[in-house]
Write a protein that binds this ligand. Structure first.
Ligand SMILES: [Zn+2]
Length: 284
């Protein structure tokens, strides 16, 4: 089984996780910028974090044979803190970098006016840089939050096929399926979606425009949930090519729209050794 985890926060995971992910078939991932738990108090903290995502974490993943990409953004929660909103002004210099394949995570947490402003400005940046967008949906009031998210995306002019709306469940999938946006599902050990509910949704809605991720972070989560979902699909009668589509081809197709996917891990290592002039790039 070859796996591309389209949403996982490796900054908060160990080297044991990298080893077990590789053993389970994970060969590529996208790490979106997010809230770190401890509130950040200055723009400089974000700059250091973004540098770690484009540099250090990519290097660390390559040691385990995994191609690391990231998405860069001011997350919705910290968009409410005036000490952090200056981050919006530093985003453009990151959105041109190799390894940055999307704007994200953006979207709503508590649906405040400040979140509206940050979300709209970052959708404009995605349009300007022709990058896909990873949109987080709120954990509370999920249905209303998802509908408002879809309205804002439509008004932004960003094409639906460039947007994944993430953390969906049975109550929000239909609206996103109808919108033309990609549908993201985070499979967790004990909240939100699990593998069996995911398989039931794949049976009902099919495998097009679906991304399955572990969204593993510093909370209770499991970086092998992508693999476990693949096993649950096989047990439910899907074949190997269905699993390969959901766990590999779909994320490659979605993030490949950036023109910046690096899917040959040895070459990712070569970039860091200073010899990388033959890096494989997806076509725009
Ligand atoms: Zn996340």
């Amino acid at each position: 089984m070859r796996i591309f985890d389209p949403h996982i926060h490796m900054t908060s995971r160990t080297t044991d996780d990298y080893e077990s992910m590789h053993a389970a078939g994970v060969r590529a991932l996208v790490e979106p910028a997010f809230w770190l738990g401890q509130p950040r108090t200055s723009v400089g903290s974000f700059v250091d974090y973004f540098d770690a995502l484009v540099g250090w974490e990519r290097f660390r993943a390559a040691q385990y044979g995994i191609a690391h990409h990231c998405a860069i953004a001011l997350n919705p929660k910290e968009a409410n803190d005036p000490r952090c909103t200056g981050v919006l002004d530093v985003l453009p210099r990151y959105l041109v970098k190799d390894g940055v394949v999307a704007v994200g995570e953006v979207g709503y947490d508590s649906m405040t006016p400040e979140e509206d402003e940050a979300f709209a400005r970052q959708l404009e940046l995605a349009l300007l840089h022709e990058l896909p967008v990873l949109v987080h949906t709120p954990h509370r009031d999920k249905k209303a939050g998802t509908q408002r998210t879809l309205d804002v995306v439509r008004e932004s002019g960003v094409p639906a096929e460039m947007v994944v709306v993430d953390h969906l469940n049975e109550t929000t999938i239909k609206a996103v399926a109808d919108s033309g946006c990609w549908m993201g599902f985070s499979i967790y050990p004990d909240t939100k979606m699990d593998e069996d509910r995911m398989v039931a949704l794949l049976k009902e809605y099919g495998t097009d425009r679906v991304l399955v991720n572990s969204a593993a972070d510093w909370g209770r989560s499991d970086p092998l949930k992508t693999h476990k979902t693949g096993l649950a699909m096989l047990a439910a009668g899907f074949d190997e090519s269905d699993v390969d589509k959901v766990l590999w081809h779909n994320p490659v197709q979605f993030y490949g729209q950036s023109g910046r996917l690096l899917l040959d891990v040895e070459e990712v290592g070569a970039v860091h050794a200073g010899t990388g002039n033959s890096v494989l790039r997806g076509e725009r």
